[in-house]
Design a protein around this ligand. Structure first.
Ligand SMILES: Nc1ncnc2c1ncn2[C@@H]1O[C@H](COP(=O)(O)OP(=O)(O)O)[C@@H](O)[C@H]1O
Ligand SMILES: [Mg+2]
Length: 254
């Protein structure tokens, strides 16, 4: 981890999210505390339903938590109006989804520039050229997403997330729909964005190999952080996940 530039980019405090479904209340996040530092790459892991997506959505201001706080830099999200929150999300946060979520009617270039257009910001042409070069899409700019492979589409989504130079990029299973080699390319790209640009990346994954690209692995279970490991390596990650699985089976009496 880079300790020279260890300022907090994202901080969540006592973050709780409950969902009411059919008279029952499900606690997706139970008073989670976490800080994500500038220039670091964190993997968020844990069993299905452990609250990983809920944590990312709340931290990215896509979902309002039931209680607790989220800071992006000095801004506390619950204090912001919907309009200000939307602006902050578009300019200071990037989000990458498993399903790419590109706009099919727009070209690659238009997709990449969309967050800037939506927030009325004039594109920094030199930066956009650098981003396009970095993701290796220079010869695909006029194509529609449907004409690209999955890996290329995810690289468009990464370029789109980088276009505004956000402080943090959240990724929810960004390699979940990709084959092993393409996933490795995308992970190498995310890694280089952290190492070369000092970006902050927070990535949900269930793949220990994907998580081993990160500096830190946070493991959730039942809406709580159960493990927080520095550069654990794929083997130790897999061991910890297996141990967690055994414990929760015991807890459930299975
Ligand atoms: N929109 C929703 N309505 C009701 N329950 C939800 C909703 N979204 C998530 N949950 C529940 O919250 C818990 C955590 O979900 P999620 O954050 O999606 O987990 P993960 O991403 O780790 O698989 C699960 O029990 C899930 O069923
Ligand atoms: Mg999820």
């Amino acid at each position: 981890m880079n300790t020279q530039t260890n300022d907090a980019v994202v901080r969540v405090e006592e973050l709780t999210r409950t969902y009411a479904t059919g008279g029952q209340s499900v606690t997706a996040l139970a008073a989670v505390n976490a800080t994500f530092w500038r220039g670091t790459f964190t993997a968020v892991m844990g069993p299905s339903g452990s609250g990983k997506s809920t944590l990312l959505q709340a931290a990215a201001g896509l979902d309002r938590p039931t209680s607790g706080h989220v800071w992006i830099g000095d801004e506390e999200l619950s204090q912001l109006s919907e309009t200000k929150l939307t602006k902050l999300r578009r300019t200071r946060i990037g989000f990458i989804f498993q399903a790419f979520n590109l706009i099919g009617a727009l070209t690659v270039e238009e997709n990449i520039l969309l967050p800037l257009r939506l927030s009325g910001i004039r594109p920094d042409r030199a930066w956009i050229a650098e981003v396009i070069d970095r993701v290796g899409l220079g010869d695909r700019l006029g194509h529609r997403p449907a004409a690209l492979s999955g890996g290329q589409q995810q690289r468009v989504a990464i370029a789109r997330a980088l276009a505004t130079r956000p402080e943090v990029i959240f990724c929810d299973e960004p390699t979940g729909a990709l084959d092993t080699q393409t996933a490795a390319d995308v992970l190498t790209l995310l890694r280089s964005v952290v190492d070369d640009q000092g970006q902050t990346v927070v990535m949900v994954t269930h793949d220990p190999v994907a998580a081993s690209y990160a500096d830190r692995v946070v493991v959730l279970a039942d809406g709580r952080i159960r493990q927080d490991m520095a550069q654990p390596g794929a083997e130790r990650i897999a061991e910890q996940l297996a141990a967690l699985g055994r414990r929760s089976h015991v807890a459930q009496g299975a």
